[in-house]
Design a binder for this molecule. Structure first.
Ligand code: ZN
Length: 195
């Protein structure tokens, strides 16, 4: 908090856990076929200068599957299993809070991992962010896209907790497919009656 009486005190802002939770979603939704994919995934923010290794890639792939299972369990009404998986991930990737920023500027709390690798740093933050999101908003606020051809996961930020798709694109595609299926049904029924 900035003191109104002392300009020398710098701001310490709160951790943006939502950003960490969005990182978890991005990790799950990004196909990780090779190091280039991982490099692209990390090419934003303060990880841009990092050079992931094959070992990082293997770790990201493994954890991506486990993070996905958190969303899938929830989608199948197994919230307790979602939480059990997240607790296991929190244990595997313990966090280390640090303060980052500039003198005379805004200080920001950051969450990093306890290992020295880029994977431990990014994954610890992502797991922590998703766990915080789930506790703050409830397990009904995470989901798997209802488009059967998609499979992406999402955080539900809708006002009425009714999100079903990862994107507008998937929602539109699914609605168009459902509309066409209904038309085919109606046409088949009318042919049956007239025949
Ligand atoms: Zn989708």
């Amino acid at each position: 908090m900035r003191s109104p009486r002392c300009g020398l005190l710098s701001t310490v802002s709160e951790v943006d856990f939502d950003e960490y939770a969005r990182t978890a979603v991005k990790i799950v939704n990004t196909p990780l076929g090779g190091l280039t994919d991982l490099h692209d995934l990390l090419s934003v923010g303060h990880w841009a200068a990092q050079h992931p290794t094959d070992r990082d890639l293997a770790t990201f792939k493994r954890v991506s599957k486990r993070l996905r299972s958190v969303f899938v369990h929830r989608a199948n009404n197994r919230a307790e299993r979602s939480v059990a998986e997240l607790n296991a991930l929190l244990e595997a990737f313990p966090v280390r809070p640090t303060i980052a920023g500039r003198p005379n500027g805004t200080w920001r709390m950051r969450v990093t991992g306890r290992g020295s690798s880029i994977s431990s740093e990014v994954l610890a933050g992502a797991v922590w962010g998703l766990a915080t999101w789930l506790c703050e908003h409830g397990s009904s606020r995470i989901g798997v896209c209802a488009d059967e051809h998609c499979g992406n996961v999402y955080l539900d930020t809708s006002s009425n907790c009714c999100r079903r798709f990862c994107s507008e694109r998937c929602a539109t595609r699914s609605h168009v497919a459902a509309h066409r299926a209904r038309k085919r049904c109606t046409k088949a029924a009318s042919l049956h009656v007239s025949g």
